[in-house]
Design a protein around this ligand. Structure first.
Ligand code: SAM
Length: 273
């Protein structure tokens, strides 16, 4: 018997919409970002998008799951052979995949330009949200922080479609919670009231179907911006006593492309950015 094709809720896929929005925001930051960390990077798929931002010189991708970093992360984040042969068009780049717990401080991240947490927070046990928040906004104090998380209100669209849902009503077995738009906003406000150097905006990603606008978008994103400029953050970095507790699983070092390599390949370079 023919099976019904799966219902597609988003086009492009929701994960891709999240990546594109986060990348587009990071690309436009002035002055351009150089050091960025993707926390809860899982299979390292977003690293490809970060590598394509011309100004980026260091990418840290962090996850607590060694297997994912070892097996998938390394494969997705590694430059292709051609990148090594030619060098990176935009300039040198170091990509590190680190095994670590985002609730635990590591001085590598202090004062960096940007941090992304894409669909990470809902995987943390509720009692870990505060240590996570304190680590990012109180210890790392990056220039920009992007946080995305499911919008629970959208789940009724999944349920109405007949798609199998978990008894918990959550989207994934490892989600510890899912926030409504209001709950997410409350968390963002609590962050900025404890860490007043930051202000935030929120937005939806993944439009709801026509007539269902009341549920909001599939994902929600908050962007936090620090009042501290790059010079203040550079000073923070220079003053901190090094304590690098996350374990380095992979390091990919790319050099800048040689001038004589740029010309002939210009037309065939695939621009992920
Ligand atoms: N950011 C990825 C993306 O958008 O493709 C996916 C994130 S995945 C849904 C959540 C990830 O968070 C998992 O890979 C999990 O191992 C990681 N994670 C959960 N708790 C963590 C913690 N305390 N520290 C670091 N990573 C954690």
């Amino acid at each position: 018997m023919d099976e019904e094709p799966p219902v597609r809720f988003f086009s492009p896929a929701l994960w891709l919409q999240r990546y594109l929005r986060a990348r587009d925001y990071l690309k436009e930051i002035k002055p351009p970002i150089e050091i960025v960390a993707d926390l809860g990077c899982s299979e390292g798929k977003f690293v490809k998008f970060l590598r394509a931002i011309a100004s980026v010189r260091t990418v840290y991708a962090v996850d607590i799951d060694r297997y994912t970093l070892d097996e998938e992360g390394g494969r997705n984040a590694e430059p292709i052979l051609f990148d090594y042969m030619r060098g990176r068009l935009h300039g040198p780049l170091d990509t590190y995949l680190l095994l670590g717990d985002v609730t635990v401080p590591d001085t590598r991240f202090v004062g960096i330009d940007a941090v992304t947490c894409i669909e990470l927070i809902e995987h943390l046990p509720v009692d870990q949200i505060q240590p996570f928040t304190d680590n990012i906004f109180g210890f790392m104090r990056p220039g920009h922080v992007i946080v995305t998380t499911p919008n629970r209100e959208f789940n009724e669209i999944f349920a109405d479609s007949g798609r199998k849902t978990l008894p918990s009503g959550l989207r994934h077995w490892d989600h510890k919670f899912e926030w409504t738009r209001d709950e997410f906003e409350q968390w963002c406000k609590s962050v900025c009231s404890k860490y007043p150097d930051y202000s935030f905006t929120t937005e939806g990603i993944g439009e709801p179907p026509e007539g269902k606008e009341h549920v909001g978008c599939g994902s929600q994103m908050a962007i936090f911006v620090s009042k501290l400029g790059p010079k203040d953050r550079e000073q923070m970095r220079s003053e901190i006593e090094k304590q690098e507790v996350y374990e380095k699983v992979w390091h990919f070092a790319e050099t800048k492309a040689r001038e004589d390599m740029l010309q002939p390949t210009e037309n065939v370079v695939i621009d992920w950015g």
